[in-house]
Structures are given as structure tokens and as C-alpha cells.
Design a protein around this ligand. Structure first.
Ligand code: SAM
Length: 252
């Protein structure tokens, strides 16, 4: 039977990769790299660097394909995601059919951990449900950007007895200040923290975590909100892309 490995590769630091992931890399015959089409694709390079660094033989292939673009759906956000997932399922099915032979292992290198805001697992389930390709799959966990953020700020993710919420910038926009104790925000293209700039909340912000371009800013939102926005916009323009994550925390 064909086997597919979803290998969590950490959030940007090439050493944030587990021994289990290194072993998985070494038993993969073909890697699928999804090209997001950025002009300067550091993210693709990090994946190929990881292969070169950790695989101890030359007997593997890399297949790079253009990831279908997610188009907004005027009717609903969910409908847009649904259409995008279907397009990706068709692509994955084709890749597995054409590139993974019987008894071979195909690998997807997943940013951070495959369980957190990543659709690869859902799409593989979709491919199986379509019924044209039969394969077994395994998930190899990785270090998430949430862990990288709190490690770099040298703070625990939780304070004693307090809940932690992980959400997106889109969902943060629906929160009131009194609903925030510890909220980690990912996938926020619009600086959602700005809506709380006049509150007493603290922020621990990190961009390009684990990479040589890492930036960390922390403090009372009142004091650092404008600085984060300015820095974020400058580096995003310079590099052409940004990945940032932050923790909003009620003061002690
Ligand atoms: C599609 S999600 C993938 C999350 C990933 N699976 C994980 O475990 O961290 C992409 C979001 O993760 C966060 N992210 C991933 N890598 C990051 C990094 N190196 N620095 C800061 N944020 C990062 C950002 O919020 C980004 O918008």
C-alpha cells in the first residue's frame, strides 16, 4: 500500500525538528512542496534546506507544485474555503496517483504542527473519501508557532488555573475585552489587536519566529500597539510576506 507522511517541521528554526521527523524524512521517497507563489519564497527554501540537512541519502525526489490560490467567495467565508479544499484535494489525488508508487512513501512537510490551522489532514481525508486513491497516512507532530512564540518571550503559555484560547484574527474581531484572559492569535493580516489598543491588555508579539529575521515586541498594548503596526508594515513590505503570532493577556 502507498503511505503518506505529514511531517511537522517546526515554525521556522531548522533545529526545531524532532528525531521522529528526521526518521520520517529519511524514509520518504517523494516530497510534495506546495509553492504559494510568493516572489521571494523563503518558506520553500527552508523546506528544501531541511531535506538537504537531515536526509542522509540521495535517493529521494522533490515535486514542487503551485498551490491553488484561495479565492474569496462573496456569499460566505466557509464556501470559499470549501471550494479551495476541493481544488487541493484534486491536486493531492493527482500527485499521489502519479508520483507515489505502490509500497512507496510520499511526504508533506507541514509548517509547525499538522494539527494547528493547517488543512493538509482534512484534504487527505477528502482524497480518501473520493475513493480513487488508497493509502495509509501518519502524522508526525512538530513545534507550533505558539510554542515558538512563548519560548522566545520566555513566558509560560498559561498562568496558574487560567484558560488559553487560540483563535484567528477574523475571530478576534468578535471578542470583547472582558472575554480575553489569554488569547493566542494567528492568521491575522489586519492587526486585530489594534481594536484593544486603549485597554489594559498586554501583548507578546512575534514575527518570523525561529528564523534569522525574527522580531519580538512585548508590553502594554497601549504602549506598543502603534510600534508593532509600524514595524509589521515595514518588514512585510520589504520581504513581501509576513507570518506573525501574538498572545493577548489580561494583566495580573
Ligand atoms: C496556516 S497557519 C499554520 C500554523 C502552523 N501549523 C503552526 O503549527 O504554527 C499560519 C499562521 O501560523 C503563524 N505562524 C507560523 N509560523 C510562524 C512564524 N515562524 N512566526 C510567526 N508566526 C508564525 C502565523 O500566525 C501564520 O499566519
Amino acid at each position: 500500500m502507498k503511505k503518506i507522511l505529514l511531517i511537522g517541521i517546526g515554525a521556522g528554526h531548522p533545529e526545531q525538528i524532532t528525531v521522529q521527523a528526521v526518521n520520517a524524512l529519511n524514509r520518504t521517497d517523494v516530497f510534495f512542496l506546495l509553492d504559494k507563489g510568493y516572489a521571494n519564497d523563503d518558506l520553500l527554501r527552508l523546506r528544501t534546506d531541511i531535506c538537504e540537512r537531515y536526509i542522509t541519502h540521495d535517493d529521494y525526489r522533490i515535486v514542487q507544485v503551485l498551490d491553488p490560490k484561495r479565492l474569496g467567495n462573496p456569499q460566505s467565508y466557509e464556501a470559499g474555503i470549501e471550494a479551495w479544499h476541493e481544488q487541493r484535494a484534486v491536486l493531492f489525488e493527482q500527485l499521489i496517483a502519479d508520483e507515489v508508487g505502490e509500497g512507496e512513501v510520499g511526504g508533506f512537510l507541514v509548517w509547525g504542527d499538522p494539527s494547528l490551522y493547517d488543512s493538509t489532514l482534512r484534504i487527505l481525508d477528502r482524497v480518501l473519501a473520493r475513493g480513487a486513491q488508497l493509502f495509509d497516512y501518519q502524522v508526525i507532530p512538530g513545534i507550533t508557532s505558539v510554542q515558538a512564540l512563548v519560548a522566545q518571550h520566555r513566558i509560560p503559555l498559561n498562568r496558574i488555573g487560567e484558560p488559553i484560547q487560540i483563535t484567528t484574527g477574523r475571530r478576534l474581531a468578535e471578542c470583547r475585552e472582558d472575554q480575553i484572559t489569554n488569547v493566542v492569535v494567528m492568521l491575522d493580516a489586519n492587526c486585530g489587536f489594534e481594536a484593544f489598543a486603549e485597554t489594559d491588555l498586554h501583548i507578546y508579539w512575534g514575527a518570523y519566529l525561529g528564523t534569522p529575521d525574527e522580531i519580538l515586541i512585548a508590553g502594554k498594548l497601549k504602549d506598543v500597539s502603534a510600534e508593532i503596526q509600524r514595524v509589521r508594515e515595514t518588514v512585510r513590505r520589504e520581504k513581501g510576506w509576513i507570518m506573525d503570532t501574538y498572545l493577548l493577556r489580561k494583566p495580573d
